[in-house]
Design a protein around this ligand. Structure first.
Ligand SMILES: [Zn+2]
Length: 319
């Protein structure tokens, strides 16, 4: 009788254990299925279905906002997006413009595409819908180019004359620019280099006259090629200097020792070469080996080290 009782107890315990095990397994299976179901709802999974690898899908998720993620979930695999995301100066706000630009101009490198769109050079110069009054609060770092203008009435504070030891007559600049320039010119002179400014601050009126001269001899396209429109010239900021040396002209200045010296030293005094060679498609200006812009030592050093135009620097770091 006792033996039978034990057996019956053991049986019940066995049944309970089996039930528990079934419950646990069932629950685990259910959780697993549920998690699988949940995972399939994620964009990470959906992107792999579109054709991205898991790593690529994770990159899209990490780098883009929800709305842009969805775009890639709902469209065929884009062969450029992963490389675009790796571009140093990629800016998410420009994503759709990058993709449009690639579609229309697929011979450009992605690095160029990013640079072109960031500085708006995918638009026509002076494009009415793109131009805007520049942000004056940036002070010596303000951007003036073919999309960012100064109001015609803008006159910089603290305009001072540049000492005739280092400039032709009638040259002036903001005090901060002048002080930095004199320091630079003195340092250059110690190394046997004579710097001479031959054009500097220009008010809107004189820029208008310069532009009109070109306009009346060759029309808008011609004038735009050689002069900035009034309000769009860096010379109106009082922060830009056209620097030459003895016996140099626009066509030979970049072959002089003075130019070489400026390439290697101007950033230490806060100046950058504003319109470098082969960057016309970004700056909107032909190469000008003589045109230097004061932006302050810290910014000039960064621009120099990164080897990018000021338009690119401003778009990425300042705007
Ligand atoms: Zn200039």
């Amino acid at each position: 009788m006792k033996k039978l009782k034990l057996k019956k107890g053991a049986k019940i315990i066995l049944i309970i254990i089996v039930v528990i095990v079934i419950l646990i397994l069932g629950t685990c299976f259910g959780i697993k299925k549920y998690n699988e179901y949940k995972y399939k709802q994620t964009n990470e999974y959906k992107l792999t279905v579109v054709g991205y690898t898991l790593d690529e899908s994770k990159k899209i998720i990490n780098k883009l906002n929800d709305e842009n993620e969805l775009y890639f979930v709902n469209n065929p695999k884009n062969e450029y997006i992963i490389k675009l995301l790796d571009e140093t100066y990629f800016m998410e706000k420009n994503l759709s413009e990058y993709l449009d630009y690639i579609e229309e101009n697929n011979s450009n490198s992605l690095q160029d595409v990013v640079a072109i769109v960031n500085v708006h050079a995918n638009k026509d110069w002076y494009d009415e819908k793109t131009v805007k009054s520049t942000d004056l609060s940036k002070e010596e770092k303000i951007l003036v180019n073919k999309f960012n203008y100064l109001d015609k009435s803008y006159v910089p504070k603290d305009i001072v004359n540049i000492d005739l030891s280092y400039a032709y007559s009638d040259n002036s600049a903001t005090k901060i620019t002048n002080d930095a320039y004199i320091n630079m010119a003195v340092a250059a002179k110690k190394e046997g280099i004579q710097l001479l400014v031959n054009s500097s601050y220009r008010d809107c009126e004189s820029q208008q006259e310069a532009y009109d001269d070109y306009y009346y001899s060759g029309g808008t396209e011609y004038a735009d090629k050689y002069a900035a429109r009034p309000g769009y010239s860096e010379h109106q900021t009082g922060l830009a200097l056209d620097i030459f040396t003895y016996n140099s002209t626009t066509s030979n200045f970049d072959k002089t020792d003075a130019f070489n010296w400026l390439v290697n030293n101007s950033y230490k005094y806060g100046f950058i070469l504003r319109y470098p060679k082969d960057k016309e498609y970004l700056t909107g200006y032909n190469y000008e080996s003589w045109h230097y812009r004061y932006v302050g030592v810290e910014t000039a050093t960064k621009v120099h080290e990164l080897g990018i135009t000021y338009d690119e620097y401003y778009a990425f770091f300042m705007e």
